[in-house]
Design a protein. Structure first.
Length: 254
């Protein structure tokens, strides 16, 4: 993916990593459209950040995705990058079915079905572009589990293997599949995470991501240094130690 000259749609980007990445990419010379459910947040973003496009979308709703895709493509026919950013994370106790089933279903709908539906809505258009990118968003937890978020871990592992598989199908075409693999970042994804000293500061994360995109335009995975501890535990042979360390040091790991 080139760092500039793109037209980029990032659904799920009214806050956190999504919004920060949208602003950073706009600053590097891209046309950026952010998507989200809440109209008031979209209005605030448009007012505070001139030039940012906004589209209302609920990535848990197939009809909303289809409608938003039509709106985006009508307004931005040069769209060549889709970032499937939207995601949720919930703490679950799988020893008590009544406490986890609803959140598990919500997590899979948002984190797995959402990206699948988004890709389906835009893939024909992207294939018609001379240079296009689908950026998926997995997590370091796709490779090392945090015990209190089973459905989130599973959803991100699914996104990783989905990215690997779809990349094989698009080999030799104009469409690149780029997987962003964040570590824990100081956002509001979980209660208290914004102040978690073990999480990476958001501005540092975004700066490193943008640098990696710029210096590695042909990369398949965007991995900041901090995520590699989780990403490569099994390959290094210290997976069990990584699992133990993660779940001992992270406050959500109890």
């Amino acid at each position: 993916m080139n760092i500039s000259g793109n037209t980029i749609f990032i659904p799920g980007s009214t806050s956190g990593i999504g919004l920060a990445l949208a602003l950073a990419l706009q600053a590097r010379g891209n046309t950026v459209i952010v998507g989200g459910r809440r109209a008031e947040l979209l209005e605030q973003i448009a007012a505070r950040h001139p030039g940012i496009g906004t589209v209302q979308i609920d990535t848990t709703d197939a009809a909303s995705i289809a409608s938003a895709a039509k709106q985006v493509l009508a307004g931005y026919p040069d769209l060549n990058v889709l970032v499937t950013m939207a995601g949720v994370m919930h703490i679950e106790d799988w020893r008590r079915p009544a406490s986890f089933l609803t959140t598990a279903e919500s997590t899979i709908t948002t984190n797995v079905l959402g990206p699948i539906r988004l890709i389906a809505a835009f893939v024909e258009h992207l294939q018609a572009q001379s240079d296009a990118t689908i950026m998926t968003v997995s997590s370091g937890l796709a490779f090392t589990p945090l015990k209190v978020t089973p459905s989130y871990n599973a959803s991100k592992a699914a996104i990783h293997l989905l990215s690997e598989s779809v990349r094989l199908q698009f080999a030799g075409t104009s469409v690149k599949i780029l997987e962003l693999e964040p570590p824990s970042v100081r956002t509001a994804l979980l209660p208290g995470q914004e102040d978690n000293e073990h999480a990476m500061p958001l501005d540092e994360f975004i700066a490193e991501v943008v640098s990696l995109i710029e210096t590695q335009p042909d990369a398949r995975e965007i991995q900041v240094e901090r995520v590699k501890y989780l990403r490569y535990g099994e390959a290094r042979g210290d997976y069990e130690q990584v699992v133990e360390t993660l779940n001992h040091s992270d406050p959500h790991g109890e």
